[in-house]
Design a protein around this ligand. Structure first.
Ligand code: ADP
Ligand code: GN1
Ligand code: MG
Length: 361
C-alpha cells in the first residue's frame, strides 16, 4: 500500500482539476469513516465556488463497492436537484454536487485500487458537532425530514444496499455476541459490565424489524446516518441548507433516521465524552427534534411511525452501543479512534443515554 502523503493526495486531486491547478489539500471534518480533504486550487480568475472542493477517499473496508455508492449518490442528488429546481430553488448549496474526473468518471481509482470522489464545497456553511443551541438541532431535524420528503417517491428498488444489514439490529446483536464469544484481542474482561448491560437488553433488538415485518412501518428511502454533523447550516442565517454524507442512503425506516439523530444530538455531551456524569438524555431536545422532523416530512409519516419514534431512538441507541463495543472488542478496526479505549467510551455514552431514555420515553 502506497503511503498517503501530501504529494500523493495532490496528484489524486489533479485527476479532477488538471495538472496545472496546483491543488493544496488539507485534512477536513470529523467523520469516522472516510478520509476527507479540503482542496483549494490556484485559479485566481475563477469564482470562489470553483476554486474549493472536497476530496474524499471512500473507506473501502466499510463500503465494499464504492462504484455502487457513487451510483446511489448520483441518483439521489440528481433527483433532489430536479425537485429543487421544480420548486424554483437554487440547488447550488442545497444538494451535494459530484465533480467528475477529467475523463468523466464519478470517482478516481488510485494505484492501490482505492476510490476517491470530489464534491463542490458548500461555502459559508457550518457542520456542528454538538447542538450548541436548540435551533441548530431543530434546523437539522427539518433538513432530514425534508430529505425524506424530497425522496418520498424516489424508486427505492434502484438503490444498491451499500452496507448489507446496516440497521438490522438483530444481525448487529448476533455479530456482537459472536465477537464477545471469540474475544479476538482479549478485551472482553475490561468491558464485562457493558457486555452484561447489552445482553440484558437483547429484547430491544427485534422491535423495529418485527414492526416492519408486520407491516406497521413502511420501507422508505432513508439516509441512515443522520448525525447532526451530516447537515450543513448557513453560517449567516443559521438555517439548514443541505444534508450530506449520502453513502448509506438505502431503503430503510423513518424511525431509524429519527433515532440516530436523537442518540447523537439529544445528548448533553459528545458521543465520546469519557466523563459519564456529563452525559444525559435531553428530553426537551428530543421534543424539539421530533417537531422539526415531522414538519420537514410534511405529513409523510403514518400514525404507527409517529407512535414508534421513541422506539426508534431506543433501538438505534442500543444498536450503536453494540457497534461501538463490538469494534472495541475487535481491536478498533471500523471507526477511527484517537485513544485505546475510545470505542469503549463511545459505547458507554450510548448505554448511559439508553438507560435514561428507558426512564423518560
Ligand atoms: P464521513 O462519512 O467520514 O463522516 P462526510 O461526508 O460526512 O464523511 O464528510 C466529513 C466532513 O467533511 C463533514 O462533516 C463536513 O464537515 C465536511 N464536508 C463534507 N462534504 C462537504 C461539502 N460538500 N462541503 C463542505 N464541507 C463538506
Ligand atoms: C459513522 O461517517 P460518520 O462519522 O457520519 C457511521 C455511523 C455511526 C457513526 C457514529 C458508514 O458515521 O453509522 O452511527 O459513525 N457510518 C458508517 O458516530 O458506519
Ligand atoms: Mg459524516
Amino acid at each position: 500500500m502506497t503511503a498517503l502523503n501530501e504529494d500523493r493526495i495532490k496528484k489524486i486531486a489533479e485527476a479532477f482539476t488538471g495538472r496545472d491547478s496546483d491543488p493544496v489539500c488539507v485534512p477536513f471534518g470529523n467523520g469516522h469513516i472516510n478520509d476527507t480533504f479540503r482542496v483549494t486550487i490556484n485559479a485566481p480568475e475563477a469564482p470562489l465556488q470553483e476554486r474549493i472542493f472536497v476530496l474524499q477517499k471512500i473507506n473501502s473496508t466499510v463500503f465494499r463497492n464504492p462504484v455502487q455508492v457513487m451510483e446511489n449518490v448520483l441518483g439521489v442528488t440528481g433527483w433532489i436537484r430536479l425537485r429543487l429546481e421544480d420548486a424554483g430553488l437554487d440547488p447550488e448549496r442545497r444538494v451535494l454536487d459530484v465533480i467528475r474526473t477529467l475523463d468523466g468518471q464519478p470517482c478516481y481509482v488510485d494505484e492501490d485500487g482505492e476510490c476517491w470522489r470530489a464534491y463542490r464545497f458548500i461555502r459559508d456553511a457550518v457542520c456542528y458537532e454538538r447542538a450548541e443551541t436548540e435551533d441548530i438541532f431543530y434546523q437539522s431535524a427539518v433538513a432530514f425530514g425534508n430529505f425524506q420528503h424530497l425522496l418520498s417517491d424516489y424508486p427505492a428498488q434502484s438503490l444498491y444496499e451499500t452496507i448489507p444489514d446496516f440497521h438490522n439490529t438483530p444481525v448487529r446483536l448476533r455479530q456482537f455476541l459472536d465477537t464477545v464469544e471469540r474475544d479476538p484481542v482479549g478485551r472482553a474482561e475490561s468491558a464485562a459490565e457493558e457486555i452484561g448491560f447489552l445482553r440484558s437488553r437483547g429484547d430491544l433488538a427485534g422491535r423495529l424489524t418485527q414492526a416492519a415485518a408486520a407491516g406497521h412501518l413502511p420501507l422508505r428511502v432513508t439516509h441512515n446516518d443522520t448525525k447532526l454533523n451530516n447537515v450543513m447550516i448557513d453560517r449567516e442565517t443559521g438555517k439548514w441548507l443541505c444534508v450530506i454524507d449520502l453513502d448509506t442512503v438505502m431503503s430503510g425506516l423513518s424511525v431509524t433516521d429519527f433515532g440516530d439523530a436523537i442518540r447523537f444530538g439529544a445528548s448533553t455531551a459528545a458521543e465520546d465524552e469519557p466523563d459519564l456524569d456529563k452525559v444525559h438524555f435531553d428530553r426537551h431536545l428530543y421534543e424539539v427534534y421530533r417537531q422539526g422532523y415531522i414538519e420537514g416530512c410534511q405529513g409523510a409519516l403514518t400514525d404507527s411511525e409517529l407512535q414508534m419514534l421513541p422506539d426508534g431512538a431506543m433501538v438505534i441507541t442500543y444498536e450503536q452501543a453494540l457497534r461501538f463495543l463490538a469494534d472495541y472488542l475487535n481491536g478498533d478496526v471500523y471507526y477511527k479512534t484517537a485513544r485505546p479505549a475510545h470505542n469503549l467510551e463511545r459505547a458507554r455514552t450510548q448505554i448511559r443515554l439508553l438507560s435514561e431514555m428507558e426512564q423518560l420515553l
